[in-house]
Design a protein around this ligand. Structure first.
Ligand code: HGY
Ligand code: MN
Ligand code: MN
Length: 420
């Protein structure tokens, strides 16, 4: 591992750790999108962006953007960044490492007196993680013009719509069309790998070739509320029992698909809401959310057809009814730009760092951005591949190596003959 990198490891690390302090104290490390805590994190970042000399704004899709103008207006924007929201009880690096690394690249360019032809924008994309509103990657969808009126109308259990929440974050749902960008020459995102490939092979950076497609399906199971003490077992219609059968069936189906030669596949039910949720009432309804991930569209389609065709029957056998199957979001596989991948590989090797190409099983804002601009990602190792948990960890030098590769890549993209 090289130590004389073109970025400041300590300064980058201090910002990551400062953001880690901005957490719900009861569940470190939690900074859920659309919460007061999230806004505290945003305020910290906005200050750091401004201190780096960036012109700070929030776009209509709620993205925090810091801009460093280039010398050749019209060449387009090199956009770099990730997200600062977390899952509940998440880690200190997922998303944050990428936002702070991007900020560090901007600071390092300034310090080294390096002007770019392209405008450079550092971005903290709003609400990348799945959330209670039912739509993830809110900000990056907005950048691509794919935050639909239906999505803006999604409502969290408390009754607030995505549009209302977006306004609270400084966005503007009425002007959402203006968030759509057509001036991005390249989008780069640094992220911890959230897997073990780099760590086990002792490789400094991963160059992401593709990002899995993610399908989120909401299931509504209906039974009938009854007295838990007096209703005989054979006469019950218990929605939670129907839901339990659905959960087990989804796991079995996912294992079968993952075992075939159908590319990477995984499915999880991580949300379950039961009503009335009382110890002495037979559950009347259960709401579940399936998160399915596939490397191949065709495998995803097979899973979706199985869900439609088989799950209602399985739930009915448990004497409850699957009354609704709705697609909450459906993002297909995103391919990175081969030219940008080659630039990242060269950048790593010019710094004496090892790299390898790999696929991403996690979703990222970069997947959205790939719909409107050439995109690539830089992965950095993390301990035992742990992520979406408090144990998530990366060493300062591992992140700064990735940031250095991003720095070098930005310079190369800026100097490359246009049409990047
Ligand atoms: O859910 C995901 O893959 C990511 O961590 N947002
Ligand atoms: Mn995540
Ligand atoms: Mn992430």
């Amino acid at each position: 591992m090289r130590t004389n990198l073109p970025v400041n490891t300590q300064r980058l690390w201090d910002d990551v750790m400062a953001l880690a302090e901005i957490t719900d104290p009861a569940a470190p490390y939690t900074r859920r999108a659309f919460t007061a805590r999230f806004l505290e994190g945003r305020a910290f970042l906005a200050k750091r962006f401004a201190a780096a000399g960036l012109a700070v704004r929030i776009d209509p899709a709620g993205n925090l953007i810091g801009r460093r103008p280039g010398r050749a207006p019209g060449k387009g924007v090199i956009m770099i960044g990730s997200h600062s929201d977390t899952v509940p009880g998440g880690g200190r690096f997922d998303g944050v490492a990428g936002v702070v690394a991007a900020l560090e690249v901007a600071r390092a360019l300034d310090e080294q007196g390096l002007a770019l032809d392209h405008d450079l924008e550092v971005v903290d994309c709003l609400a990348e993680e799945a959330n209670v509103y039912g739509v993830s990657c809110v900000g990056s969808r907005g950048l691509t013009g794919r935050l639909t009126p239906e999505m803006l109308a999604y409502t969290e259990p408390g009754g607030e719509t995505v549009a209302q929440a977006l306004s609270r974050m400084g966005g503007d749902p009425v002007r959402i069309a203006e968030a759509r960008r057509d001036d991005i020459a390249a989008f780069l995102e640094l992220h911890i790998e959230q897997g073990r490939v780099l760590e086990s092979a002792a490789i400094d950076v991963g160059v992401v070739r593709s990002i899995v497609g993610i399908l989120r399906i909401e299931l509504l199971v209906e039974g009938r509320a009854d007295h838990a003490g007096t209703t005989p077992m054979p006469l019950r219609s218990d929605a939670l029992v129907g839901a339990a059968e659905a959960i087990l069936a989804v796991r079995k189906q996912a294992e079968a698909l993952a075992g075939e030669d159908a590319g990477y596949f995984a499915a999880t039910i991580g949300v379950i809401e039961v009503a009335p949720n009382a110890a002495n009432v037979v559950p009347a309804t259960a709401r579940l959310v399936i998160d399915a991930r596939a490397e191949r569209r065709e495998t995803m389609q097979r899973f979706a057809s199985w869900t439609e065709g088989e799950l209602p029957r399985i739930v009915a056998q448990a004497r409850s009814r699957l009354t609704q199957i709705s697609i909450l979001s459906d993002s297909s596989l995103a391919a990175a730009d081969p030219r940008l991948c080659a630039i990242i590989t060269e950048a790593a090797s010019s710094l004496g760092l090892s790299s390898r190409e790999m696929a991403s099983g996690a979703g990222h804002d970069a997947a959205m951005l790939s719909r409107i601009a050439p995109m690539a990602m830089i992965f950095t190792p993390c301990r035992e591949g742990r992520s979406h948990c408090a144990e998530e960890w990366a060493e300062p030098e591992q992140i700064s190596a990735g940031a250095a590769v991003m720095f070098e890549s930005v310079l190369r993209i800026d100097r490359a003959p246009t049409e990047a």
